[in-house]
Design a protein around this ligand. Structure first.
Ligand code: PAF
Length: 286
Protein backbone atom coordinates (compact mmCIF):
# COMPACT_ATOMS: atom_id res chain seq x y z
CA UNK A 1 0.00 0.00 0.00
CA UNK A 2 1.50 3.39 -0.97
CA UNK A 3 2.55 5.59 1.97
CA UNK A 4 0.17 8.43 2.71
CA UNK A 5 1.09 11.58 4.67
CA UNK A 6 -2.14 11.74 6.70
CA UNK A 7 -2.71 7.95 6.96
CA UNK A 8 -5.40 6.78 7.64
CA UNK A 9 -7.63 8.74 5.28
CA UNK A 10 -9.03 11.84 6.94
CA UNK A 11 -12.75 12.44 6.25
CA UNK A 12 -13.63 16.15 6.41
CA UNK A 13 -17.11 17.61 5.97
CA UNK A 14 -16.76 21.24 6.93
CA UNK A 15 -14.81 24.09 5.48
CA UNK A 16 -13.01 25.23 8.63
CA UNK A 17 -11.66 21.69 9.18
CA UNK A 18 -10.59 21.52 5.53
CA UNK A 19 -8.83 24.89 5.79
CA UNK A 20 -7.07 23.82 9.01
CA UNK A 21 -5.84 20.59 7.36
CA UNK A 22 -4.73 22.41 4.21
CA UNK A 23 -2.85 25.08 6.15
CA UNK A 24 -1.19 22.28 8.17
CA UNK A 25 0.01 20.71 4.90
CA UNK A 26 1.24 24.10 3.67
CA UNK A 27 3.14 24.85 6.90
CA UNK A 28 5.00 21.58 6.41
CA UNK A 29 5.91 22.73 2.89
CA UNK A 30 3.87 19.94 1.27
CA UNK A 31 2.65 20.17 -2.31
CA UNK A 32 -1.10 19.59 -2.55
CA UNK A 33 -2.66 17.46 -5.29
CA UNK A 34 -6.41 17.46 -5.84
CA UNK A 35 -8.88 15.13 -7.56
CA UNK A 36 -12.46 16.46 -7.66
CA UNK A 37 -15.10 13.73 -8.11
CA UNK A 38 -18.79 13.05 -7.69
CA UNK A 39 -18.06 9.73 -5.96
CA UNK A 40 -19.17 6.23 -7.01
CA UNK A 41 -15.45 5.78 -7.52
CA UNK A 42 -13.98 3.28 -9.96
CA UNK A 43 -10.56 2.38 -11.34
CA UNK A 44 -10.61 5.52 -13.53
CA UNK A 45 -10.80 7.76 -10.45
CA UNK A 46 -8.15 5.69 -8.67
CA UNK A 47 -5.80 6.20 -11.63
CA UNK A 48 -6.29 9.97 -11.19
CA UNK A 49 -5.42 9.69 -7.48
CA UNK A 50 -2.35 7.57 -8.21
CA UNK A 51 -1.20 10.12 -10.77
CA UNK A 52 -1.87 13.02 -8.37
CA UNK A 53 0.35 11.24 -5.83
CA UNK A 54 3.25 11.27 -8.29
CA UNK A 55 2.82 15.04 -8.73
CA UNK A 56 2.36 16.09 -5.10
CA UNK A 57 3.03 15.22 -1.44
CA UNK A 58 -0.57 15.01 -0.24
CA UNK A 59 -3.69 14.20 -2.21
CA UNK A 60 -7.11 15.63 -1.41
CA UNK A 61 -10.14 14.03 -3.10
CA UNK A 62 -13.56 15.67 -3.01
CA UNK A 63 -16.82 13.79 -3.39
CA UNK A 64 -19.70 16.12 -4.10
CA UNK A 65 -22.67 15.38 -6.37
CA UNK A 66 -23.05 18.90 -7.67
CA UNK A 67 -26.72 19.83 -8.22
CA UNK A 68 -25.75 22.83 -10.37
CA UNK A 69 -24.49 20.65 -13.21
CA UNK A 70 -27.69 18.60 -13.50
CA UNK A 71 -30.85 19.80 -15.28
CA UNK A 72 -34.13 19.08 -13.45
CA UNK A 73 -34.88 16.09 -15.72
CA UNK A 74 -31.39 14.54 -15.26
CA UNK A 75 -30.17 11.89 -12.83
CA UNK A 76 -29.16 13.97 -9.77
CA UNK A 77 -31.44 12.02 -7.41
CA UNK A 78 -30.47 8.56 -8.64
CA UNK A 79 -26.74 9.33 -9.10
CA UNK A 80 -24.96 6.58 -7.06
CA UNK A 81 -23.76 7.65 -3.59
CA UNK A 82 -21.33 5.13 -2.05
CA UNK A 83 -19.36 7.03 0.60
CA UNK A 84 -17.95 4.14 2.66
CA UNK A 85 -16.87 2.16 -0.39
CA UNK A 86 -15.31 5.32 -1.88
CA UNK A 87 -13.39 5.94 1.35
CA UNK A 88 -12.06 2.37 1.36
CA UNK A 89 -10.91 2.63 -2.24
CA UNK A 90 -9.24 5.98 -1.58
CA UNK A 91 -7.44 4.58 1.44
CA UNK A 92 -6.21 1.64 -0.67
CA UNK A 93 -4.47 4.02 -3.09
CA UNK A 94 -3.06 6.26 -0.37
CA UNK A 95 -5.23 9.38 -0.70
CA UNK A 96 -4.75 11.63 2.34
CA UNK A 97 -7.98 13.58 2.75
CA UNK A 98 -11.53 12.97 1.59
CA UNK A 99 -13.55 16.19 1.48
CA UNK A 100 -17.32 15.64 1.61
CA UNK A 101 -19.07 19.02 1.62
CA UNK A 102 -22.87 19.15 1.86
CA UNK A 103 -25.08 20.95 -0.65
CA UNK A 104 -25.84 23.58 2.03
CA UNK A 105 -22.15 24.22 2.61
CA UNK A 106 -21.47 24.65 -1.11
CA UNK A 107 -24.66 26.56 -1.97
CA UNK A 108 -26.16 28.29 1.05
CA UNK A 109 -29.55 29.96 0.56
CA UNK A 110 -27.90 33.34 -0.17
CA UNK A 111 -25.66 31.94 -2.96
CA UNK A 112 -25.82 34.34 -5.92
CA UNK A 113 -22.77 33.79 -8.16
CA UNK A 114 -21.69 31.58 -11.01
CA UNK A 115 -18.72 31.07 -13.31
CA UNK A 116 -19.70 31.30 -16.98
CA UNK A 117 -17.40 29.81 -19.61
CA UNK A 118 -17.65 30.31 -23.37
CA UNK A 119 -15.15 29.00 -25.96
CA UNK A 120 -14.82 25.23 -25.54
CA UNK A 121 -18.02 25.11 -23.44
CA UNK A 122 -20.27 26.33 -26.22
CA UNK A 123 -21.16 23.25 -28.29
CA UNK A 124 -21.21 19.43 -27.98
CA UNK A 125 -22.20 18.86 -24.31
CA UNK A 126 -22.98 22.60 -24.11
CA UNK A 127 -25.72 22.15 -26.73
CA UNK A 128 -27.33 19.11 -25.12
CA UNK A 129 -26.76 20.07 -21.46
CA UNK A 130 -26.87 23.89 -21.44
CA UNK A 131 -26.57 24.15 -17.63
CA UNK A 132 -23.67 21.73 -17.39
CA UNK A 133 -20.44 23.68 -17.85
CA UNK A 134 -21.42 26.73 -15.80
CA UNK A 135 -22.35 24.28 -13.04
CA UNK A 136 -19.03 22.46 -13.37
CA UNK A 137 -16.99 25.69 -13.58
CA UNK A 138 -18.75 27.15 -10.53
CA UNK A 139 -18.21 24.11 -8.34
CA UNK A 140 -14.62 23.54 -9.52
CA UNK A 141 -13.81 27.22 -8.84
CA UNK A 142 -15.25 26.88 -5.33
CA UNK A 143 -13.39 23.60 -4.72
CA UNK A 144 -10.12 25.12 -5.97
CA UNK A 145 -10.58 28.09 -3.59
CA UNK A 146 -11.35 25.77 -0.70
CA UNK A 147 -8.60 23.17 -1.28
CA UNK A 148 -6.02 25.55 -2.83
CA UNK A 149 -4.23 22.76 -4.67
CA UNK A 150 -0.94 23.12 -6.53
CA UNK A 151 -2.05 20.55 -9.07
CA UNK A 152 -5.48 19.13 -10.00
CA UNK A 153 -5.97 15.97 -12.04
CA UNK A 154 -8.98 15.42 -14.33
CA UNK A 155 -9.84 12.47 -16.61
CA UNK A 156 -9.83 12.81 -20.38
CA UNK A 157 -13.04 10.75 -20.37
CA UNK A 158 -14.72 14.16 -19.88
CA UNK A 159 -12.46 15.76 -22.46
CA UNK A 160 -14.61 18.84 -23.02
CA UNK A 161 -14.82 19.40 -19.25
CA UNK A 162 -11.01 19.22 -19.07
CA UNK A 163 -10.69 21.90 -21.79
CA UNK A 164 -13.31 24.07 -20.05
CA UNK A 165 -11.47 23.84 -16.73
CA UNK A 166 -8.11 24.60 -18.39
CA UNK A 167 -9.71 27.60 -20.10
CA UNK A 168 -11.13 29.27 -16.98
CA UNK A 169 -7.99 28.49 -14.98
CA UNK A 170 -5.95 30.26 -17.67
CA UNK A 171 -8.43 33.14 -18.18
CA UNK A 172 -8.92 33.85 -14.46
CA UNK A 173 -5.23 33.34 -13.51
CA UNK A 174 -5.91 30.60 -10.98
CA UNK A 175 -2.65 29.35 -9.43
CA UNK A 176 -3.25 25.65 -10.12
CA UNK A 177 -1.74 23.32 -12.67
CA UNK A 178 -4.52 21.32 -14.40
CA UNK A 179 -3.39 17.92 -15.65
CA UNK A 180 -5.38 15.51 -17.86
CA UNK A 181 -5.13 11.72 -17.61
CA UNK A 182 -5.96 9.20 -20.37
CA UNK A 183 -9.30 7.38 -20.08
CA UNK A 184 -9.26 4.03 -18.28
CA UNK A 185 -11.22 1.35 -20.19
CA UNK A 186 -12.77 -2.06 -19.60
CA UNK A 187 -11.26 -5.04 -21.46
CA UNK A 188 -13.76 -4.51 -24.32
CA UNK A 189 -12.88 -0.81 -24.59
CA UNK A 190 -15.86 0.74 -22.77
CA UNK A 191 -14.69 3.87 -20.94
CA UNK A 192 -15.11 3.52 -17.16
CA UNK A 193 -17.88 5.76 -15.86
CA UNK A 194 -19.98 5.85 -12.70
CA UNK A 195 -23.03 5.89 -14.99
CA UNK A 196 -22.13 2.46 -16.46
CA UNK A 197 -23.83 1.11 -13.32
CA UNK A 198 -27.17 2.10 -14.89
CA UNK A 199 -26.70 -0.29 -17.86
CA UNK A 200 -28.60 -3.59 -18.06
CA UNK A 201 -26.59 -6.71 -18.95
CA UNK A 202 -27.62 -6.44 -22.62
CA UNK A 203 -26.94 -2.70 -22.73
CA UNK A 204 -23.54 -3.26 -21.15
CA UNK A 205 -22.60 -5.56 -24.06
CA UNK A 206 -23.86 -3.08 -26.64
CA UNK A 207 -22.11 -0.16 -24.93
CA UNK A 208 -18.66 -1.30 -26.14
CA UNK A 209 -19.81 -0.52 -29.69
CA UNK A 210 -19.28 3.19 -29.01
CA UNK A 211 -15.48 2.93 -28.88
CA UNK A 212 -15.49 0.47 -31.82
CA UNK A 213 -17.22 3.11 -33.96
CA UNK A 214 -14.92 5.90 -32.74
CA UNK A 215 -11.86 3.80 -33.58
CA UNK A 216 -13.29 3.12 -37.06
CA UNK A 217 -13.76 6.87 -37.71
CA UNK A 218 -10.27 7.64 -36.41
CA UNK A 219 -8.79 4.98 -38.68
CA UNK A 220 -10.69 6.32 -41.71
CA UNK A 221 -9.49 9.87 -40.99
CA UNK A 222 -5.87 8.78 -40.49
CA UNK A 223 -5.88 6.91 -43.77
CA UNK A 224 -7.25 9.94 -45.62
CA UNK A 225 -10.83 8.66 -46.04
CA UNK A 226 -13.94 10.83 -46.43
CA UNK A 227 -14.56 12.30 -42.97
CA UNK A 228 -18.27 13.06 -43.36
CA UNK A 229 -18.93 9.57 -44.70
CA UNK A 230 -17.05 8.01 -41.76
CA UNK A 231 -18.95 10.12 -39.20
CA UNK A 232 -22.31 9.31 -40.83
CA UNK A 233 -21.47 5.59 -40.90
CA UNK A 234 -20.58 5.65 -37.19
CA UNK A 235 -23.91 7.29 -36.30
CA UNK A 236 -25.85 4.84 -38.47
CA UNK A 237 -23.99 1.85 -36.99
CA UNK A 238 -24.67 3.05 -33.43
CA UNK A 239 -28.37 3.42 -34.20
CA UNK A 240 -28.44 -0.04 -35.79
CA UNK A 241 -26.72 -1.51 -32.70
CA UNK A 242 -29.47 -0.17 -30.44
CA UNK A 243 -28.20 3.27 -29.42
CA UNK A 244 -30.50 6.24 -29.90
CA UNK A 245 -30.68 9.06 -30.10
CA UNK A 246 -27.06 9.72 -31.04
CA UNK A 247 -26.51 13.28 -29.83
CA UNK A 248 -23.26 13.80 -31.73
CA UNK A 249 -20.20 12.15 -33.24
CA UNK A 250 -17.89 15.01 -34.22
CA UNK A 251 -14.32 15.80 -35.13
CA UNK A 252 -13.01 18.88 -33.37
CA UNK A 253 -9.84 20.87 -32.83
CA UNK A 254 -8.28 19.10 -29.83
CA UNK A 255 -7.39 22.34 -28.01
CA UNK A 256 -10.25 24.77 -28.76
CA UNK A 257 -12.94 22.20 -29.64
CA UNK A 258 -13.85 24.40 -32.63
CA UNK A 259 -15.07 22.54 -35.74
CA UNK A 260 -12.15 20.79 -37.41
CA UNK A 261 -11.19 21.12 -41.05
CA UNK A 262 -8.49 19.56 -43.23
CA UNK A 263 -5.92 22.04 -41.82
CA UNK A 264 -6.61 21.39 -38.11
CA UNK A 265 -3.35 19.97 -36.73
CA UNK A 266 -4.63 18.07 -33.66
CA UNK A 267 -7.98 16.34 -33.88
CA UNK A 268 -10.25 14.97 -31.18
CA UNK A 269 -13.21 12.77 -31.97
CA UNK A 270 -16.05 13.12 -29.47
CA UNK A 271 -19.37 11.33 -29.16
CA UNK A 272 -22.47 11.20 -26.98
CA UNK A 273 -25.29 8.72 -27.42
CA UNK A 274 -28.16 7.27 -25.43
CA UNK A 275 -28.42 3.57 -24.68
CA UNK A 276 -31.81 3.04 -23.10
CA UNK A 277 -32.05 5.55 -20.26
CA UNK A 278 -28.27 6.01 -20.01
CA UNK A 279 -26.33 8.70 -21.85
CA UNK A 280 -22.77 7.62 -22.68
CA UNK A 281 -19.95 9.92 -23.76
CA UNK A 282 -16.52 9.04 -25.06
CA UNK A 283 -13.68 10.58 -27.06
CA UNK A 284 -10.31 9.70 -28.55
CA UNK A 285 -7.35 11.47 -30.10
CA UNK A 286 -7.14 11.01 -33.87
O1 PAF B 1 -16.19 15.03 -13.56
C1 PAF B 1 -16.84 15.11 -12.49
O2 PAF B 1 -16.95 14.15 -11.73
C2 PAF B 1 -17.50 16.42 -12.13
O3 PAF B 1 -17.98 17.07 -13.26
C3 PAF B 1 -16.61 17.36 -11.28
C4 PAF B 1 -15.36 17.78 -12.04
C5 PAF B 1 -16.21 16.65 -10.00
C6 PAF B 1 -17.38 18.61 -10.91
O4 PAF B 1 -18.54 18.32 -10.20
Amino acid sequence: MPASVASPLLRVRDLSALRAAVSGFRHKGLRIGFVPTMGALHEGHLALVRHAKTLSDVVVVSVFVNPKQFAPHEDFDRYPRTEDKDAQLLESVGADLLYLPSVDLMYPAVFASSVHVEGPARELEGTFRPQFFDGVATVVMKLFNQVQPDVAVFGEKDYQQLQVVKTFVRDLDLPVNVVGMPTVREADGLALSSRNAYLSTDERQTAARLIVELNAVAEAVRSGGDREKALDAAKANLLAAGFGPVDYVELRDADTLAMADAQTPNLRLLAAAWLGKTRLIDNIAV
